[in-house]
Design a protein around this ligand. Structure first.
Ligand code: PMT
Length: 342
């Protein structure tokens, strides 16, 4: 039976939204991408399917409107991309593992991996054909926030069948539009000018003083709170917590869960994120997933002539996302079973 669904037009605003979204510009592609997303979500809602929003990659903070310089938040995008593959049940290794140069210097698929690569290609083609995958690019933290709000609203009719898997690295600080200079900040003193900064006459967030570049960033409002409470109240929401100090990881994850009251925080450390993650859940539970070491690989130095080839490193035996995603799927099945609101 085709379920009747209604996706709200546009986005309902509230005061906290208004402040940020009124003063920071809407991305140029938002409406076009919103239309694509609406069609995608309606298609899957009609089939009574689950839809996961997987955010992935870093978010930049431009220092100039015509952007030459920006601050970035680290993320290679692997967590999100690999997880999306497992959500699509297309488990695979890195594409680059399958490739090599032939004698003519052309990149070809290593014959050893023809079969696996064919498998990946078939699964990818199937996902595209079945309209199971929609890719929406973002670069800046502003674009990320506008997209997150828009997509959350569009996904509301899916209720507990919608999942937010927030693997992107979201900047905590930004340059608000009203304090962003238009042109490239000049480093040489003879070209220093106090550029006009938006319409409010506020001091620019980034400017030169003598030889120093001074940057004064505003905090990005904590959008996870809005997502949980207003934009996606019935959805399953999983956030990631990135730290570098192991002694505070679990505590920070617990604190995020307490603050935002969502389903699960997955904690990871920058240096070990491919090897281990900790699931911290609302009932206070703490569970580590640790993948074993796999085959030995030569380090880069070992590949260079005249350098010792003894340095070897280990890679994880499996992609940790192949363990994370089935756990999330189980949790969501329970969430759908309860059919509750937070
Ligand atoms: O891409 P890879 O190289 O594979 O790396 C994956 C990863 C390490 C980036 C990923 O696993 C990860 O940890 N992503 C979350 C990074 C992050 O933003 O962590 P955080 O501790 O700064 O923020 C925690 C949460 O707060 C995030 O879910 C974020 O959505 C949310 N947040 C952050 C800032 C903000 N202003 N509002 C928010 O709601």
């Amino acid at each position: 039976m085709v379920k009747e669904i209604h996706i709200p037009n546009g986005v309902r605003a509230n005061n906290v939204d208004m402040e940020y979204f009124e003063s920071n510009p809407k991305p140029a592609n938002l409406d076009a991408h919103s239309t694509l997303a609406r069609t995608f979500i309606e298609h899957h809602a009609e089939q009574n399917r689950r839809v996961a929003l997987v955010t992935s990659g870093g978010t930049t903070v431009p220092l100039e409107n015509q952007t030459v310089r920006f601050i970035d938040n680290f993320s290679a995008g692997t967590r999100g991309a690999t997880s999306a593959e497992y959500f699509l049940e297309s488990g695979t290794n890195c594409f680059l593992d399958y490739m090599m140069f032939n004698d003519a210097g052309t990149v070809v698929i290593n014959t050893k991996y023809q079969h696996q690569m064919g498998d990946v290609l078939a699964k990818y083609t199937k996902a595209r054909k079945e309209n199971a995958l929609l890719l929406l690019p973002f670069t800046t933290v502003n674009e990320y926030l506008w997209y997150l709000r828009e997509l959350a609203m569009l996904m509301q009719p899916l209720g507990p069948k919608s999942l937010f898997y927030l693997a992107a690295a979201v900047s905590d600080f930004f340059v608000p539009a009203e304090r962003m200079v238009e042109h490239k900040i000049q480093s040489s003193e003879e070209f220093h000018v106090r550029q006009p900064n938006g319409t409010t006459g506020q001091p620019p967030a980034a400017h030169m003083e003598g030889k120093q570049l001074l940057i004064d960033l505003d905090p990005v409002p904590k959008f996870l709170k809005l997502l949980v409470d207003r934009w996606a109240p019935q959805s399953m929401i999983i956030s990631f917590k990135l730290e570098t100090d192991p002694s505070i990881l679990a505590e920070k994850a617990r604190s995020a869960l307490k603050k935002y009251s969502h389903h699960l925080v997955i904690g990871n450390l920058l240096n070990t994120r491919k090897w281990e993650v900790v699931f911290v859940s609302a009932d206070g539970g703490e569970k580590w997933l640790r993948v074993p070491a796999g085959r030995r690989t030569k380090s880069v130095s070992g590949l260079l002539p005249d350098t010792p080839s003894t340095e070897e490193s280990r890679e994880p035996a499996v992609e940790i996302e192949s363990w994370i995603v089935p756990e999330i799927e189980k949790l969501q099945t329970e969430w759908i079973g309860h059919g509750e609101q937070r």
